[in-house]
Design a protein around this ligand. Structure first.
Ligand code: GLA
Length: 661
């Protein structure tokens, strides 16, 4: 089952959002029908947080109200993305199954009154979730309004309870085979942590001092697998009654409780939520980051933006407005990168409840508002892009991304608290985005031969297979940039001995790192090529590589900082420090030029985003977004789907979707 079916059913790209009619009454529902028509809404996500209404007491379902809304939406020409409500169990569930409430590392058992309050490893929760998913599928599996299934909402809750402990032990037995192997893997000889029975093994509950890094990373792997199993159970309960595609909306890029590559393999189409946390061009770059990730998790297949806001959510503690035109720019930022449309949280701004100040397509002020007028315009724009459905994006550059590596950087006791996985990854993406290069994310163990340029900015943990794969990539002709701390530990969190990084990668890089030397806070160092660096330095020696830039002061003076090694048919670069923005951009420009990665639409200035979507029959569209404050002439005039006319230039902040010749 593919997303093709979704867009076929919709007759174009998706536009709409979370729709919670249970918060309103008949007068408002009538207005909703009219306004959805005006805004060209064709897909509404229904039922995300409706468990208490759908199952008012254990085992007794009330579907009557939902029947009415589905029929009404269908009559209004709006298809339904029907959610299972399992992200928010009702109060009766808590009282009946207190053991299914999540427990914090400190041992506090949480209770209802918010949402996301459940333990995914608790049998009572899993059973209740399967049951309601199956009941919904049985009733609505072939409802004519139904276009998509939305399992749960943002699986995110972590738990440390006894159910979790029991399930963790089962997982550990399967992974390690024996207690001896587990002791060896976790290095329990240190700090007297040796386990003599499985019952002694606990989830990472609060401890006096640093926790065991092997335990921490294994727990994250386990939790992701456990959550994926919970997703699969619901999906399969649905599939028994319905042939519509099934998905779950994945969390924002900054959260990493799940191995999203694994989820990407189990959903019928990847869907993600995205709320930038800074305004302006930073939000646009972050949009591209989230969208490129979403596409990559699904192996390049079309995907769908399940939620965005009509304002920026919580930028440093403030809910900032999106500037006029920004909703369209963000929408097209996602569509450019393969999204089959754009949905919002939520349709109508709630008048009560925990998110009453969260933005919506219809704000408190009602339809006579700037926001609704922009929403109407964006709906109109998306409606004009139907011919893009099913087309995909082709990137020749990739940034390596691995959940294990993220979790490895989350443990205590690393040499610097400035080692930040998410920030490092998004900076590497940003430097290519600024240069106008379309980027995939790729897993370090996947076939990389389609990419001319690969960046490995944050691979503290690198498996043996990953290290061998990167070496193969370079040998086969690729250009690889590896950044500091990469390959320092293996998949068990054991340090690599004899010099970093992992041996096969070391050979490809032609360097051997001997010592990590984090810099003092605010310490800046100069490199011999004039660039400046912060945060980190390393003592290394070349073993075949050429020094491109050397350190210029202190103990490392004259030692290599940036190196390059021709290896096989390719070249491998090693950057042992953190360059400032100018230096990093200059390095990226050099790598882009040397690897032969070309912008998809040459002739545009910096600040104009351009991504091409390719149909399987050879048709192409350039999606252009002008982040500059002045008009920009187009390299050649072309038909713009947004206006239905020839376009010769982009207005300040303007967008175009050009049919390529
Ligand atoms: C998430 C949720 C929504 C809503 C938004 C608010 O993405 O899925 O229910 O809470 O955040 O930003």
């Amino acid at each position: 089952m593919t997303t093709r079916r979704l867009t076929d059913r919709l007759g174009g790209l998706a536009f709409g959002g979370d729709y919670n009619p249970e918060q309103w009454g008949p007068e408002v529902w009538k207005e909703d029908d009219e306004l959805m028509g005006r805004a060209r809404v064709n897909l509404a996500t229904v039922g995300v947080f409706s468990w208490a209404l759908l199952e008012p007491e254990e085992g007794r379902y009330d579907f009557g109200w939902l029947d009415g809304h589905l029929d009404r939406l269908h009559a209004a020409g709006v298809a339904v993305d029907l959610a299972t409500p399992t992200a928010s169990p009702p109060p009766w569930f808590t009282l009946a199954h207190p053991d299914a409430m999540p427990v914090t590392p400190e041992g506090t058992r949480l209770t209802h009154g918010s949402r996301d309050t459940y333990c995914v490893a608790a049998p009572a929760y899993r059973l209740a979730a399967r049951r309601i998913a199956g009941a919904l599928a049985e009733r609505y599996g072939d409802h004519p309004a139904l276009a998509l299934w939305h399992v749960h909402n943002e699986y995110v809750t972590l738990c440390h309870c006894d159910h979790t402990a029991a399930a963790f032990r089962v997982w550990l037995r399967a992974r390690h085979g024996s207690l001896d192997a587990l002791n060896d893997s976790w290095g329990t000889a240190f700090w007297s942590q040796h386990y003599t029975s499985w019952e002694q093994v606990l989830p990472p509950r609060a401890t006096q001092w640093h926790q065991n890094p092997g335990l921490l990373v294994d727990f994250r792997r386990f939790w992701s697998d456990e959550t994926l199993a919970a997703y699969r159970e619901q999906r399969d309960a649905i599939r028994a009654h319905s042939d519509r595609p099934v998905t779950t909306n994945l969390m924002l890029p900054g959260y990493q409780n799940l191995d999203l590559w694994a989820f990407g393999r189990e959903v019928d189409l990847v869907t993600v939520d995205h709320y930038p946390t800074e305004p302006g061009v930073g939000a646009a770059a972050d949009t591209a980051f989230g969208a490129d990730r979403a596409r990559s998790f699904g192996g390049g297949a079309p995907w769908l933006l399940m939620e965005q806001g009509t304002n920026t959510v919580y930028a440093k503690g403030r809910v900032l407005a999106k500037e006029p035109g920004e909703i369209l720019r963000h929408t097209l930022g996602h569509i450019a990168r393969g999204s089959e449309g754009a949905l919002f949280f939520q349709w109508r701004q709630s008048r009560a409840g925990a998110e009453q100040w969260h933005s919506a397509m219809v704000p408190h002020a009602g339809p006579d508002s700037r926001i609704f007028r922009e929403v109407e315009a964006v709906g109109e724009a998306v409606a004009r892009l139907g011919e893009l459905a099913g087309s995909t994006v082709r990137a020749r550059a990739a940034v390596l991304h691995d959940s294990d590596a993220w979790w490895a950087m989350d443990v205590d006791g690393l040499p610097s608290t400035e080692l930040d996985y998410h920030a490092t990854l998004s900076r590497a993406h940003r430097v290519l985005w600024d240069a106008g290069v379309t980027v995939d994310f790729a897993h370090p163990e996947q076939d990389l031969s389609d990419y001319r340029l690969v960046l490995a900015p944050a691979l503290l943990l690198l498996s043996d297979a990953g290290a061998a794969n990167l070496r193969r990539y370079v040998e086969g002709g690729g250009t690889l940039l590896v950044q500091h701390t990469a390959g320092a530990v293996d998949e068990r969190m054991h340090a690599r001995l004899g010099g970093y990084p992992a041996a096969p990668l070391r050979e490809a890089l032609g360097v051997r790192v001997e010592e990590y030397r984090p810099l003092r806070e605010d310490e800046h160092i100069a490199l011999s090529d004039g660039s400046r660096a912060t945060a980190w330095s390393e003592s290394l020696r070349t073993e075949g590589a050429q020094t491109v830039a050397a350190y210029t002061h202190g103990m490392l003076a004259d030692g290599p900082a940036l190196t390059r090694h021709r290896f096989g048919a390719g070249q491998a670069w090693y950057l042992s420090t953190r360059l400032d923005d100018t230096g990093y951009a200059a390095l990226a420009a050099r790598l882009i030029a040397e690897s032969g990665v070309v912008p998809e639409l040459p002739g545009l200035p910096a600040g104009v985003e351009a991504v091409t979507r390719h149909a399987s029959d050879g048709r192409r569209w350039h999606v252009l977004i002008n982040h500059r404050a002045e008009a920009v002439p187009l390299p050649e005039s072309a038909h713009d789907l947004l206006t239905g006319a020839q376009a010769n230039e982009l207005a300040p902040g303007g967008c175009a979707v050009l049919r390529a010749h």
